[in-house]
Design a binder for this molecule. Structure first.
Ligand SMILES: Cc1cc2nc3c(=O)[nH]c(=O)nc-3n(C[C@H](O)[C@H](O)[C@H](O)COP(=O)(O)OP(=O)(O)OC[C@H]3O[C@@H](n4cnc5c(N)ncnc54)[C@H](O)[C@@H]3O)c2cc1C
Length: 448
């Protein structure tokens, strides 16, 4: 992939080597080369900081990578970019384009053995056989209310379950709304999700999402190119194992250098003496753009509230042709299932091919997903080019919880230590949260 080769160049270039000077004033270390770390690195480098980003893998992008298989571009499960979300504001601010197709909001509602038109707007709501006339009346009033939503704070921190209990009387309407919220947030546990954040996300989805041309790797590569242009130094295949602090950040320790660039990489960093666990580098400003478990390991004792990860199992399938071209989207109303032909809207395949994601919110086995694909695309097995099953992907490390719980803030009580990721801050969900917290951390550092 283009990103990988560019990344190798930046790791090995003599220019980059000469510029790396972790531990000097004005320098920032970023741990984690997903979209949060990449976005933060651009803000900081453009703001005049000398930035060194460590990524434990050979490649950048984290969960936003796209794998190229036989000419087909596989995101890690279904990825939709929310137009008008915080992430789109951050990328616009950084000058990163997001190109792709906006899927039509129509599809099939799977309800036990019944198949109906999926109600996504007022027109499809009145046309669907899924709901009775009384259901439709209640559902249309709710949809209008959600569209007019202004502030998440007006919900007072209640959970989605509490909001549904208070506002939805009819069972089928509730099931339908839960299914739409599931698609918008990926969350299958309505009691663990903040109602304001969830309804805001649904409102974003109703405005339309983007399936990104060439996959999310395109966003990763654009972020990486901008970071390189801004002067960010990248050290890949390099795991940070500890952040030393005594109320203020003192140093980082690096271990697990895996690639052939290990000796070379170590030789141009400035090791501090006296530690056998890894290479110790002086640093006073560190941004952790990693998952919460890793962040906890790196800094030791923290008092973060428990976080519930959002999981998904997904069957990602490349076909040489689409047996049923009209069946491009379906969701389960009574079961947490998702089916979408992403290649119908985005450039992801060679001509005539199709790329499909069939998923189960919360995780589940492959057989159920294959059965859904059998129903939507009979004979798909005859057209398979490549197929992979990912049994338990972490879509989000933490959604916005109901009050009084809250996600950790981007600025920590440890001087010089900042956080970014989909589990940080109170703004947005999924990649919106990752990018918003990256921006907020970077701006706090630049202001400090
Ligand atoms: C199946 C699936 C579907 C999704 N769908 C959507 C969607 O439709 N819309 C949406 O907005 N978002 C979606 N997401 C979420 C989106 O992919 C993430 O929010 C985003 O990619 C997170 O970026 P990040 O940089 O915060 O974290 P990550 O991508 O997890 O990056 C963290 C990086 O840190 C590195 N790292 C970890 N530990 C260390 C260490 N000790 N030293 C050095 N490096 C380290 C990791 O290797 C990784 O590269 C989906 C995710 C999945 C898995």
């Amino acid at each position: 992939m283009a990103g990988f080769y560019q990344e190798k160049r930046s790791v090995q270039s003599r220019d980059a080597r000469d510029r790396i000077a972790v531990g000097l004033p004005n320098n920032v270390v970023i741990v984690g080369g997903g979209i949060a770390g990449l976005a933060a690195s651009i803000y900081l480098a453009r703001g005049g900081r000398t930035v060194t980003l460590f990524e434990k893998r050979r490649y950048l992008g984290g969960r936003a990578v796209t794998h190229l298989r036989h000419g087909y571009r596989f995101n890690l499960g279904p990825h939709a970019f929310y137009r008008g979300g915080e992430g789109s504001k951050v990328l616009a601010e950084l000058g990163i384009p997001v190109r792709g197709g906006v899927p039509k909001q129509s599809g099939i509602a799977l309800y036990h053995d019944e198949r109906h038109r999926l109600p996504t707007g007022l027109w499809s709501l009145w046309a669907t056989g899924l709901l009775t006339a009384a259901d439709k009346w209640e559902a249309s009033k709710l949809l209008l209310r959600i569209r007019r939503l202004k502030k998440a704070s007006q919900f007072g921190g209640i959970s989605v379950r509490q909001w549904l209990d208070r506002n939805v009387a009819r069972t089928r309407v509730r099931e339908t709304l839960e299914a739409l919220l599931r698609v918008a947030t990926y969350c299958n546990e309505m009691e663990k999700l903040n109602a304001g954040a969830a309804l805001n996300q649904l409102r974003l989805v109703m405005r339309g999402v983007i399936y990104v041309d060439e996959g999310w790797q395109k966003i990763v590569d654009a972020l990486h190119s901008s970071a390189v242009a801004a002067g960010v130094n990248f050290i890949t295949s390099s795991r940070v194992v500890r952040v030393d602090h005594d109320g203020a950040v003192q140093a980082i320790e690096i271990g697990g250098l895996e690639s052939e660039s290990q000796t070379e990489t170590q030789s141009y960093l400035r090791p501090l003496p006296g530690d056998s666990r890894g290479t110790r580098l002086a640093a006073d400003t560190v941004l952790l753009a990693v998952d919460p478990a890793t962040a906890r390991d790196l800094i030791g004792e923290v008092s973060w509230p428990p976080m519930t990860p959002v999981l998904l199992s997904t069957l990602d399938v490349a076909l040489s042709r689409l047996p049923q071209p009209k069946k491009t989207f379906a969701i389960g109303i009574d079961r947490p299932l998702y089916y979408s032909v992403h290649s119908r809207w985005a450039q992801l395949t060679p001509k005539g091919g199709a790329l499909i994601h069939v998923s189960r919110y919360g995780g589940g086995d492959q057989a159920e997903l294959e059965a859904l694909l059998d129903e939507m695309q009979p004979q798909w097995r005859d057209a398979v080019v490549h197929c992979r099953f990912l049994p338990s992907m972490t879509v989000s490390n933490a959604l916005v919880p109901p009050a009084p719980a809250a996600r950790p803030a981007a600025v920590t009580p440890i001087r010089g230590l900042f956080l970014a990721g989909d589990w940080v801050g109170d703004v947005g969900l999924l990649s919106d949260a990752a990018l918003a917290s990256a921006r907020d951390s970077a701006k706090a550092m630049l202001a400090g």
